[in-house]
Design a binder for this molecule. Structure first.
Ligand SMILES: Nc1ncnc2c1ncn2[C@@H]1O[C@H](COP(=O)(O)OP(=O)(O)OP(=O)(O)O)[C@@H](O)[C@H]1O
Length: 264
């Protein structure tokens, strides 16, 4: 693999409001450092794609944003959300995750009904009103473009849905707590092209209301979906810019090599 200067980077300041920032974020698995000094402003109501080779730290960075790495890694630096450093140990991680929802690579519905999948976290926060729960179920299924397919089957098992439907259910589940930010870790990589297209159309619509940060291996998907792209290499944020710039005219040689396939 070519050697690049890991201290050099090109990170732009996105225009418009910022939904989330990391300041000198570092992640350590034991002695191994997986993320180095990641400082980035994520623009609100935009899709930001995280790209980079396998092992570059995309999932580690994403999972750190809503404290999913707490039990497996040491995370230092700041994660600023609504003027609060949510990487502070005194911050309740469950509250963080209600604001920053996560969807994983493999659909992982609970072995419960569709309705119970969507109301589980809400009930845990103390919401008991049937009207509120019913409304949230309908709203989040509509937002995830699944309502028409399942509205007669809300009390059937979520495991009876197809893989693509299960993944849209997981998106709906993440939306049910009314987060501001949706984090997605390769949400379509286990799905067929038609299900993938449905997820992409859904995300494009959701960005009007939510800020979306998505890890993807698929560069066409990053180019189609996102308005900003961050390129990571060996745990370093090398470049962050508008997506067309990253794919047509990147500043850094490592980015250029990665997107043209001359990498490694
Ligand atoms: N739970 C863990 N324990 C120890 N090391 C880990 C753990 N998770 C990831 N790593 C290491 O951290 C580095 C970054 O991994 P990460 O999964 O974040 O990369 P990635 O860019 O998302 O890769 P991929 O595209 O293959 O999913 C790798 O060296 C990986 O081996």
């Amino acid at each position: 693999m070519a050697t690049y200067d890991l201290t050099a980077h090109h990170i732009i300041e996105p225009g418009g409001p910022i939904a989330l920032s990391t300041e000198k974020l570092q992640v350590f698995y034991g002695r191994q450092q997986a993320i180095f000094d990641a400082t980035l402003n994520f623009p609100a109501n935009q899709i930001t794609a995280l790209i980079g080779a396998s092992g570059s730290g995309k999932s580690t960075y994403l999972r750190s944003l809503n404290r999913m790495n707490d039990k497996v890694a040491r995370v230092t630096g700041k994660i600023m959300y609504q003027e609060t450093n949510i990487n502070d140990r005194t911050i309740n991680v469950y509250a963080v995750r209600r604001h920053l929802g996560m969807v994983f690579q493999r659909p992982n519905p609970f072995a419960k009904s569709i309705y119970d999948n969507l109301t589980f976290a809400l009930k845990a926060t103390g919401i008991k009103s049937r009207t509120i729960l019913d409304d949230r179920v309908e709203q989040s299924l509509k937002e995830a473009a699944l309502w028409e397919e399942v509205k007669e089957d809300l009390h059937k098992s979520a495991l009876a849905l197809s893989g693509g439907q299960q993944q849209r259910l997981c998106i709906a589940r993440a939306l049910a707590t009314q987060p501001e930010i949706l984090l997605l870790d390769e949400p379509a990589s286990a799905l067929d092209p038609i299900s993938t297209a449905k997820i992409e159309v859904t995300l494009k619509r959701l960005v009007e209301r939510y800020t979306i940060i998505i890890v993807t291996h698929n560069m066409q998907q990053a180019a189609r979906l996102s308005s900003y792209t961050a390129f990571l290499h060996l745990g370093h944020l090398i470049e962050f810019d508008k997506t067309p710039t990253i794919f047509q005219n990147p500043e850094m040689t490592a980015t250029q090599d990665y997107i043209t396939g001359n990498f490694g």
